[in-house]
Write a protein that binds this ligand. Structure first.
Ligand code: XIL
Length: 619
């Protein structure tokens, strides 16, 4: 699909041009914009197609995939321009924590650093020796080491960065080292250097290195469940390695991915319990004698290892008129443990939110280009398991595609309306609940500046809610917000917003309380009062993104107690309709370092699971 930038000056000419290009590119798809400044609607070339079962673990529903060979758009660091490089060494960034007197304690610093221009194949060595005005020796750490580089201690206060950039690294890279003040480690100086990597005239001077396998994390699966591994080869010379498995597990298939040539997919069904491991060999495509081998391992547990006493959460929830749910990891059926992920979710839950696949940057990464497969699959999974799908989010200030973030202000209302129309339209029969506006409020209670606010002012919320209602008379329409589980200006701001919307007759059915908490959370009475304030406005309450991160040395027992109280408060509030955790297992939580969920990395129920069960059962 062609990408044509829209400008304020030439809307008609551009959209006409665009339409012709689309028709040519799609061979007469239904694509076309419903406004002079709009972006093309999805066409038939955006329609997902069936995926071969060899590539996924799905049981009970059929997986579809994106049709074309186009790569997904992923977030990348902003490019550094030649002009920025020419400005010389970037200024250091100094962080001064409260209580530091900079007149008596000067910030740590580096000397003798400069930007570098090197050829691919050269070996770069930079010695970092941080200094401190008070004569002590500062500590230091690198920010993001480029692939294949090292940062080694010289045991004299200095460290050496060593890197041999290759073809993949051509361009300008920023490498940052942070020095820590010896008296206060939060007093820091971050010093970037820019490294420009060019191709040498004689390409044969660049060494050909052995390819490697991209990192594979440990997984736990259930015996007799299908397992898939998406294995990705990496060659820093920029070529595509071939992957081989010398001893394929019994009955396994091993196929190159239909869209990503560097990915190979292994599928097999482990038939016995235990630790399983196999070698994967990556072979260079230029010199086929150049290889590397890495071992991939897997823990296979017996069926009864996943049995849990008591009734499923959804059964207990149904008795109390509350839906129980989770946010689904995008494409869980492409993960090694996808089958146990799916069966755990299907047993426990009757409502699900896509964690990422309905966000605008993913769903509509470029004008006229849509990626529906992940959401279509989630809907199919939900239908196969009697789950309600909770759509999330239609209008948000984050995870926006670049084309929207940089669009002309005058076009944004059209983009917002089109997006709502298209997404709600496609999922009209499958998604009855929507987070229409996500996170609109600042911590001081004012409305957040966003691309939408910038274009439409406060009215963007009215427009979005009304437009969503125009798409569906029956859907439940929510505003979803974080940090509203306690009293304060943010919650007051939410009430002001609600009161204004209601006074203006703007449709709103409920509030989503995210509730990303820590074990130190204890504002239960404030939460109860906030629920009551929302309910008194004739609105429903959805707990949309509950998780309780372990903090301050607390353990899973304290975590269980916070979960219990939250469930109790929901049950005591008759307008509380659903409790959804943000994720299913600590393995894939967006806060996985804090183990915040009900299931651990091996899909074992944690104490919090039992406390939620007990609370739902009224015990
Ligand atoms: C998070 C996802 O969990 C991450 O995987 C993603 O990288 C960023 O977004 N509030 C929201 C959610 O409304 O959409 C966010 O989800 C978490 C905070």
């Amino acid at each position: 699909m062609p990408i044509t930038p829209f400008t304020d000056k030439l809307p008609t000419v551009f959209s006409l041009l665009f339409l012709t290009q689309i028709l040519v590119a799609c061979g007469g798809s239904s694509g076309g914009s419903d406004s002079a400044v709009g972006s093309p609607a999805p066409g038939s070339d955006d329609e997902p197609i069936a995926e071969d079962a060899a590539f996924n673990t799905a049981v009970g529903f059929n997986v579809v995939r994106e049709p074309g060979a186009r790569l997904p758009v992923t977030e990348t660091d902003p490019e550094i321009t030649e002009a920025e490089f020419a400005l010389g060494l970037p200024e250091p960034i100094v962080q001064v924590p409260d209580g530091v007197d900079t007149s008596t304690n000067t910030a740590p610093f580096f000397e003798n650093l400069q930007n570098l221009t090197v050829n691919a194949g050269d070996i770069v060595e930079v010695v970092y020796l941080p200094r401190d005005g008070e004569g002590e020796l500062p500590g230091m750490f690198p920010e993001k080491l480029p692939q294949g580089s090292t940062f080694d201690d010289n045991f004299d206060g200095s460290k050496t960065f060593r890197w041999q950039p290759l073809q993949m690294d051509v361009g300008i890279l920023k490498f940052t080292v942070t020095a820590l003040d010896p008296a206060n480690s939060l007093y820091r100086t971050s010093q970037p250097i820019l490294i420009k990597v060019e191709l040498p005239a004689d390409l044969s001077t660049i060494p050909n290195v052995a390819p490697t396998l991209d990192e594979v994390i440990p997984h736990t699966v259930k015996v007799n469940d299908p397992v898939v591994f998406e294995l990705k080869g990496i060659d820093l010379n920029g070529t595509v390695p071939t992957l081989e498995i010398p001893e394929l597990p019994a009955g396994a298939t091993f196929n190159q991915h239909p869209r990503f040539e560097e990915v190979f997919v292994l599928k097999f069904t482990p038939a016995s319990v235990g630790e399983l491991s196999f070698d994967v060999l990556a072979r260079d495509s230029v010199d086929n004698t150049l290889t590397s081998v890495e071992s991939v391992s897997l823990t296979v547990l017996a069926e009864d290892a996943f049995e849990r006493p008591g009734l499923a959460l959804k059964t207990l929830g149904a008795n109390r008129n509350v839906k129980m749910g989770f946010a689904a990891l995008q494409s869980f059926y492409h993960r090694p443990d996808g089958a146990i992920y799916a069966s755990t979710a299907a047993r426990e839950y009757d409502i699900v939110t896509p964690e990422n696949s309905m966000k605008m940057d993913y769903l509509n990464p470029e004008p006229g280009r849509y990626q529906f497969a992940a959401t279509d699959n989630l809907v199919a999974f939900a239908n196969a398991n009697d789950m309600t799908v909770h759509g999330h989010p239609l209008v948000w200030y984050r995870q926006l595609p670049e084309w929207v973030a940089s669009s002309a202000v005058s076009t944004r209302e059209t983009h917002m309306r089109e997006y709502i129309t298209r997404v709600m339209g496609r999922y009209a029969d499958s998604v009855p609940i929507w987070d229409v506006v996500n996170e609109p409020i600042n911590s001081d209670g004012t409305l957040r500046e966003s691309v939408w606010f910038e274009a439409m002012g406060a009215g963007y919320i009215d427009i979005a809610m009304q437009h969503a209602r125009d798409q569906s008379a029956e859907a439940t329409l929510l505003i979803n917000e974080f940090d509203i589980g306690f009293a304060g200006p943010k919650f007051d701001g939410l009430l002001t917003l609600i009161d204004g919307l209601q006074a203006r007759g703007v449709p709103l059915d409920g509030i989503g309380f995210q509730l990303h908490l820590f074990t130190s959370y204890d504002q239960f009475e404030e939460l109860r009062a906030n629920f009551a304030a929302v309910a008194s406005r004739n609105l429903d309450i959805y707990i949309t993104e509950l998780d309780v991160s372990l903090s301050g040395g607390a353990g899973t027992a304290e975590q269980a107690e916070v979960y219990r109280q939250i469930v109790d408060i929901c049950l005591q509030q008759e307008r509380c309709r659903a409790i959804q955790t943000w994720g299913l297992t600590d393995q894939y939580s967006f806060r996985s370092i804090f183990d915040p969920l009900l299931f651990d990395r091996a899909y074992q129920a944690k104490p919090a699971y039992s406390s939620v069960q007990e609370a739902l059962a009224g015990q």
